[in-house]
Write a protein that binds this ligand. Structure first.
Ligand SMILES: NC(=O)c1ccc[n+]([C@@H]2O[C@H](COP(=O)([O-])OP(=O)(O)OC[C@H]3O[C@@H](n4cnc5c(N)ncnc54)[C@H](OP(=O)(O)O)[C@@H]3O)[C@@H](O)[C@H]2O)c1
Length: 382
């Protein structure tokens, strides 16, 4: 029985993790759950999964959540940064699922690694902000970071059983999002409702907007760079609208190994939870006769400037990726709040990056201050 601490259990990934747990009650138990503000759903999850610790954003939410429980319910309800750290480092947890959205995931994920916990990583933003710090700490502590992002799970699977020195290139696939073929002139007028409709994946709002701008793919390039310790030059984004091939690895002999599955996050989630075993989720493989064809295109960096900005930030290194990530979070929220148009997301990030004075070989405090500076600057730009 593997004991799980799930950070972000009320989100799209968190709920899918709990679906897998529910399907395999003899394989997994839950010792800690964390949410942000959705205490109604968290309350239901606490009753269903009986963890020992639950965490919410602030004191007021914690008090409201406690009112739902009678003395004798053995769940400790904590809040804020200390609470998230307590959940991430909870003594009996064997695996910490890092599935909060955004920069909020960084400190709990780092704390879990420092405590030697194996990580199932969905929160790509933490690797974008502090890839070097997180991967070095994981190496020092002998901690495995197992990707949950479907593309990185695919790469992880394509690398298994092969010699790392034989790797030539990573082909990171992207659906292209809902605006792959929309005329560029119309992009400025897109409403949040339209941008939130993703053609192949059902995800939380931030990652859905990131998928529409292709910033998600840019963040994933940086995630892959750190997770698999490969140079940026070896990572190529490939647009693949059907989302059946989740990524590929090219080897020295020009063989290409790919991982294919229908787009269902339970597949990479279950693999991360049960690695190296595979669970029978009761899902079907792709029906190739029905699919007929799989298609591929080169990404258009002019149409999707966010992808170009992320590649630039990855190449520039230093504190640029943290600034890119923070400015993107501010711009996405501003778009969802209708304060800026869809087409201004990239401009906000670009202006913020242009004003940044980077720090070389950043340590955690440098990263956190670059993040705070970028949020203020991007907010002013908005
Ligand atoms: N969804 C996918 O299919 C998918 C695929 C690959 C990777 N990812 C990555 O997985 C992560 C989660 O994505 P998601 O789609 O599951 O997001 P989501 O549905 O928006 O859920 C986010 C989770 O984080 C919590 N949260 C939000 N702000 C927080 C804060 N300041 N402090 C603590 N907790 C906070 C939310 O709590 P409340 O809702 O209770 O406020 C919720 O539990 C992201 O990094 C995303 O890029 C997602």
């Amino acid at each position: 029985m593997k004991r799980l601490a799930i950070l972000g259990s009320t989100g799209s990934i968190g709920r899918n993790v709990l679906r897998v747990v529910e399907q395999f009650p003899d394989e997994f138990s839950v010792v800690a759950l964390t949410a942000g503000r959705n205490i109604d759903l968290l309350g239901e999850q606490l009753k269903r999964f009986s963890p020992q610790v639950a965490v919410v954003l602030d004191d007021k939410l914690a008090r409201r959540l406690r009112q739902q429980f009678v003395p004798g319910d053995h769940v400790e309800i904590l809040y804020g940064a200390d609470g998230y750290e307590a959940a991430a480092t909870f003594g009996s947890a064997d695996l910490v699922v890092s599935a909060m959205v955004g920069s909020a995931g960084l400190l709990p994920t780092l704390a879990a690694i420092e405590h030697g916990k194996a990580i199932g990583l969905a929160n790509k933003e933490s690797l974008v902000m502090a890839g070097e710090v997180l991967t070095r700490t994981a190496r020092d502590k002998g901690v495995a970071i197992i990707p949950i992002d479907s593309e990185h799970s695919a790469i992880f699977q394509c690398l298994a059983g092969h010699r790392r020195q034989d790797l030539k290139q990573i082909l990171l696939t992207a659906s292209g999002g809902p605006f792959l073929d929309k005329p560029t002139e119309g992009l400025d007028d897109i409403s949040p409702e339209v941008a939130l409709r993703h053609p192949t994946w059902d995800m939380g709002p931030k990652v859905t907007i990131d998928s529409a701008t292709l910033m998600n793919k840019g963040l994933e390039v940086i995630e892959a760079r750190w997770l698999f310790d490969v140079a940026l030059e070896r990572i190529q984004v490939v647009i693949h609208p059907e989302s059946i091939i989740h990524s590929m690895v090219v080897y020295q002999d020009s063989s290409v190994i790919a991982q294919l599955a229908l787009p269902d996050m339970r597949i990479p989630i279950a693999y991360a939870l049960s690695y190296p075993e595979r669970l029978d989720l009761g899902l079907s493989p792709p029906d190739f006769f029905e699919l007929g064809a799989l298609t591929f295109r080169e990404p258009d960096l002019e149409r999707f400037p966010c992808l170009a900005l992320a590649i630039e930030a990855c190449r520039a290194g230093k504190t640029y990726p943290a600034v890119l990530n923070a400015a993107n979070e501010v711009a996405v929220h501003a778009f969802l709040d209708r304060r800026i148009g869809f087409g201004h997301i990239a401009g906000t990030i670009q202006e913020t990056m242009a004003k940044h004075e980077p720090v070389s070989n950043p340590r955690l405090p440098d990263i956190l201050s670059a993040d705070a500076w970028a949020r203020r600057t991007a907010e002013e730009t908005v």
